[in-house]
Design a protein around this ligand. Structure first.
Ligand code: PLP
Length: 385
């Protein structure tokens, strides 16, 4: 008899996509998905177009074109405080998603335990599960999304092989501070584990918070896989270009897996991203942050006024809101109620938790054009609670 694989039996469509479909049905405003529909910077677009037009349309080296690897090495040195050899320690990947997948394939064994902070980004958990790795959860406590080292020790076992750090975090916006990262680093060293960091939102950091790469901490470089990408910073989620910085003893196998699954990231789009890194200076990153900070205030004010108390995010471009005042026993019911009443789609918090914790939370994405975000805020103002 033909059957699905045993792993496929538990794979579900992501709740983000489910809510996007529901949103489409009512022609609503989709604050569920982080599609990032802001402008693509001109140098990025122009260089990709030029590369396509002038024939850079074939496979590239499995770890990416030299121009982009060099630009990434320069960027991570200046921005993240990480020294990386572009020949042996930088891999251009098919998005941060491809980087995370290939790192897990190359570094972890079936049954290994991987610590994941809750609320989590569901792709991390689904990737681990699809590889028969075991996510072990550690809750971050609102409003600051702090964690306890005692709890981290308590969930650690002989099988713990890695921890996933997403900073700034999706969905709660947490930006891990230096003392927190030092605690994680000390724990990782004591337990001899990898640190898989997803830093895709590193340029979206607000107020006094500062992005710190775990891989820049002393002695962490060897055990840390630093993952980032261009989807968010250049608003090119559909291009599928990301990267990782990783010690050479891990890079070769990870690169081979990347070759196996994706062959390479799209060639002309790599050129676009390289031009972006080379040509866009601090003023680009500062104005991007200011633009999103403005959007952050807009959505948080609208949510608070509507009675959905916002946990103001420190980074990234999502906000979790306490939706206990909405009717419904589950966050899915609350999200559906909100969609029916206002036409604004959000993501149920339960999709970011394994156990309890998310039932009163909804996630709103504010990576939207101003007009759409303003319309969403107007609709939220009509909510009667
Ligand atoms: N990592 C996190 C935490 C995300 O929120 C997302 C997208 O929402 C991604 C990775 C996807 O990145 P990429 O498009 O580079 O695969």
């Amino acid at each position: 008899m033909l059957t699905l694989s045993s792993a496929a039996e538990s794979i579900l469509q992501s709740e983000i996509r489910v809510m996007s479909v529901e949103c489409e049905k009512v022609h609503g405003i989709n604050l569920a998905q982080g599609v990032c529909d802001t402008e693509v910077p001109t140098p990025v677009r122009a260089a990709a177009w030029h590369a396509m037009e002038y024939g850079l349309n074939s496979y590239t080296r499995l770890d990416g074109i030299p121009l982009l690897r060099n630009a990434i090495a320069k960027h991570v040195l200046e921005h993240n405080g990480i020294t990386a050899d572009p020949e042996t320690e930088v891999i251009v990947t098919s998005g941060a998603t491809g980087a995370f997948y290939c790192a897990c394939l190359a570094l972890l064994n079936e049954g290994d335990e991987v610590i994941v902070f809750e609320p989590y980004y569901d792709y991390h958990v689904n990737t681990l599960e699809s590889l028969k790795l075991k996510p072990v959860y550690l809750q971050l406590e609102p409003p600051n999304w702090s964690f306890s080292v005692d709890e981290l020790e308590r969930v650690t076992t002989r099988r713990t092989r890695a921890i996933v750090v997403n900073t700034p975090a999706n969905p709660c916006g947490k930006v891990f501070g230096l003392s927190e990262l030092e605690k994680i680093a000390a724990w990782a060293e004591a337990n001899d584990t990898f640190i898989l960091t997803d830093e895709i939102y590193e340029h979206f950091v607000y107020d006094h918070h500062r992005h710190i790469s775990p891989g820049s901490l002393p002695a962490m470089r060897e055990r840390t896989v630093t993952i980032s990408g261009f989807s968010k910073v250049f608003s090119v989620t559909g291009w599928r270009v990301g990267y990782m910085v990783v010690a050479p003893q891990w890079a070769t196998a990870i690169g081979y897996y990347h070759d196996l699954v994706y062959i390479c990231a799209p060639a002309p789009l790599q050129m676009g991203c390289a031009a972006g890194l080379d040509e866009l200076g601090p003023s680009f990153y500062n104005s991007l942050r200011d633009e999103y900070d403005r959007k952050r205030h807009l959505i948080c004010d609208a949510l608070n006024a509507a009675g959905l108390t916002a946990y103001e995010p420190q980074g990234a471009y999502y906000v979790l809101a306490d939706s206990s005042r909405l009717p419904g026993a589950t966050s899915k019911q609350k999200a559906m109620y909100l969609l029916e009443q206002t036409g604004v789609a959000s993501v149920p918090g339960e999709s970011c938790y394994q156990g309890r914790g998310g039932e009163n939370l909804l996630r709103f994405c504010f990576a939207k054009k101003d007009y759409d975000l303003q319309q969403a805020c107007k609709r939220l103002a009509k909510l009667k609670l």
